[in-house]
Design a protein around this ligand. Structure first.
Ligand code: SF4
Length: 214
């Protein structure tokens, strides 16, 4: 084996041995944003670099992302295929998926024929190989590292304004904050007012909660 093929082979072994901490995976409809209503495999990564709460961000994180198990790429692909054979898209979500994803995972999912979407808080740069990027900032604009997106989405509770975004996106979305499974009327009315006053933004509701699906 020459030196270059030996390096490639070492990288392949590294990629196949690496484990990702995965919280859960399931097949469902995307419930929000511009891709709402489409069928997707969701791959939820454990862990997040933020701890969103009502006091600091205006709403509490409603996602359980601390539990999980370690899966290799082979195990991830095999679990996804066993969950839905007909799926075209995989949504990488979390927690914060950018803390774990790498080229090996992206290339493998593409190699298996999937298109890849990601839902990120924007605090880490995302590979341009990803097919659909949703940035949903939870921190001050100067901390955002991913500066482009297909869609930019701010979760807003009553009284919260829209910052001047550093992210350039194809679609700009305002999502009223839920409290558990309920959408407080005043958050909804506040976001409708924000959109009316800033017509380049569009209202995006977490519809999967009213559809009673994940
Ligand atoms: S960035 Fe998202 S997953 Fe992380 S704590 Fe905030 S709301 Fe939860």
């Amino acid at each position: 084996m020459n030196k270059i093929s030996s390096i490639h082979s070492d990288r392949n072994i590294e990629a196949s041995q690496k484990a990702y901490q995965i919280n859960e995976w399931f097949f469902s409809l995307q419930g929000e944003g511009m891709r709402a209503g489409t069928a997707n495999l969701f791959l939820r990564f454990s862990g997040c670099n933020l701890t969103c709460n009502k006091e600091d961000e205006g709403f509490d994180c409603d996602t359980e992302f601390t539990s999980g198990r370690k899966l290799s790429l082979d195990q991830i692909v095999s679990e996804l295929k066993a969950t839905a054979t007909q799926a075209e898209w995989v949504i990488l979500t979390g927690g914060e998926p950018s803390l774990q994803i790498d080229d090996a995972l992206i290339d493998r999912l593409h190699g298996e024929g999937y298109k890849i979407a990601i839902e990120t808080n924007g605090t880490k740069e995302i590979s341009p190989k990803i097919d659909w990027i949703t940035v949903s900032p939870k921190t001050a604009e100067h901390t955002i590292r991913q500066k482009t997106a297909n869609e930019l989405k701010y979760v807003r509770a009553y009284g919260m304004g829209i910052p001047k975004p550093v992210v350039k996106a194809d679609h700009y979305l305002i999502s009223p904050a839920f409290e558990a499974e309920n959408l407080p009327q005043r958050n909804l009315e506040w976001c409708i007012r924000l959109v009316k006053e800033n017509p380049q933004w569009r209202l995006s509701i977490q519809m999967h909660k009213s559809w009673k699906i994940r």
